[in-house]
Design a protein around this ligand. Sequence first.
Ligand SMILES: [Zn+2]
Length: 61
Amino acid sequence: MPMYEFKCECGEVTEELVRMGTETIKCPKCGRKAHKILSNCTFSLKGGGWYADGYAAKKKS
Ligand SMILES: [Zn+2]
């Protein structure tokens, strides 16, 4: 299984091993949905295939 990073609205970033296609997990800190961050290596440079919130999430600190 691939490892992905998920970022919650609360700012918590969590690494999880999840199945392909998993878009959200439950944030361990606040229990809300954390959304998958698309890393640069899996980013499609052709564009069009990724979500706006994935794009916004890549500017993590
Ligand atoms: Zn949270």
